[in-house]
Design a protein around this ligand. Structure first.
Ligand SMILES: [Zn+2]
Length: 85
């Protein structure tokens, strides 16, 4: 199992592929029903980290961890778990 280092805790760019998640549909409890992913750029990562520094992490830059049946999605900025996908 690989370790997950949130961007906010690291001075170094991660080698894992990061994505920008755009939620297109939300369900009860603000859960995500549908979203789209696109590869994150360095600019996206900087913007996400700035939000985190302001105490308002938007969890918009994500990283997927391969699981057995499902992938587990993490916020790449603060390390919060965002559930299975
Ligand atoms: Zn976050």
């Amino acid at each position: 199992m690989k370790s997950l280092t949130p961007i906010a805790d690291s001075m170094f760019p991660t080698s894992d592929q990061l994505y920008v998640e755009t939620v297109t549909e939300r369900g009860p409890g603000n859960s995500v029903i549908a979203s789209t992913l696109r590869p994150a750029t360095a600019k996206d990562v900087r913007a996400a980290k700035r939000q985190w520094e302001l105490g308002k992490c938007t969890h918009s830059v994500v990283r997927d961890d391969k699981g057995w049946d499902y992938d587990f999605r993490w916020c790449a900025t603060c390390g919060a778990g965002l559930g299975v996908v």
